[in-house]
Structures are given as C-alpha cells and as structure tokens.
Design a protein around this ligand. Sequence first.
Ligand SMILES: Cc1cc2nc3c(=O)[nH]c(=O)nc-3n(C[C@H](O)[C@H](O)[C@H](O)COP(=O)(O)O)c2cc1C
Length: 155
Amino acid sequence: MNSQIGIIYASMSGRNEQISKYLEQQFIKLGQSVDRHEISQFETEKLLDYQAFIIVSYTYHDGQIPDEALDFFDDLQTVDLTGKPYALTGSSSMKHEHFGRALDYLDQQLVHLGALRASAILKINEDADRADLARLDALCQQVIDFNQLRTQHLV
Ligand SMILES: Cc1cc2nc3c(=O)[nH]c(=O)nc-3n(C[C@H](O)[C@H](O)[C@H](O)COP(=O)(O)O)c2cc1C
C-alpha cells in the first residue's frame, strides 16, 4: 500500500468531475499525494493500494447509482475493505425526490463491508457554491486527520 489517497468519480455533465479536480488540488495543497480516476475505468481492487479513498458521484434514474458505476459497486464485495477509510461526496439535484441517494447506497455497502467513514456524507446541490467548497476543504482535512489517527492506532 502506498500513501496516496484515491479519488474515484462518476460524472455525466461535468459537475462531479470538477469536484473531483477540486478535491485533488486541495489534497495537494495539504501536502497529500493523490490519484484520481473515472469510475468506469477503475479496477475496484485497486482501492486496496490507497491509504483512503473518496467516491464522488451524482445520482441518476430516480435515486439510483449511475450506470457506469454499477460494476464498481458490484465489485466492492469482492475486495476486503475491512478498516479502510473512505469519504463520499457529490453533486446531485434537490429537484429530484431522492436527493443524492446514490451516496447513501454506496455508504450502506461500504459500512456493510467493514470500511470506515472518515467524514460525514457531503451532498452538494447542483453547482458547488462557496459554502460547498469550504465543506469540501473540511472533508479533505478530516480524511487526512482520520488517517493520522489510524496510523497511531487511535481509531
Ligand atoms: C434524468 C436525470 C435523473 C436524475 N435523477 C436524480 C435523482 O434521482 N436524484 C438526484 O439527487 N439527482 C438526480 N439528477 C440530477 C443529477 O444528479 C445532477 O444534475 C448532477 O449534478 C449531475 O452531475 P454531473 O454534472 O457530474 O453529471 C438527475 C438528473 C437527470 C438528468
């Protein structure tokens, strides 16, 4: 395992790709090495290479996980994620009934598999505003802090 944080994103019209790039820049500012991948191009078992990972996803089809993320989702259960820190964020839309529900599904599966959520799920409504960017900054710091506590065996 290397010391990188993995960012895996799903994006159809670009908002979540932008958020993934913002997170990447923020981690670099904080001195943390990072690796970013589009979800359909990503082998789920590569999650094991990272110290922690962040999934950035929109919600589609009446509250569902995006189609291009389904293989990743199914493959999660083939990887031993016990004790692996993660965070979840992404832009969806409050105009829809099940706002950001893909993130809730991903969280349920990751908790079930024994991974450890390092930060509260951060749902962003459509375009990220300044308050959202501040929350994304806080999420990055929380992931780094959580990793440090893990290294010291405090969580
Ligand atoms: C056909 C369609 C269905 C959608 N369904 C949902 C939904 O059920 N829940 C939700 O929160 N957002 C829903 N959205 C909104 C998208 O998640 C939102 O526009 C998001 O910002 C797109 O991210 P992207 O620019 O990275 O593709 C839907 C959008 C479309 C076009």
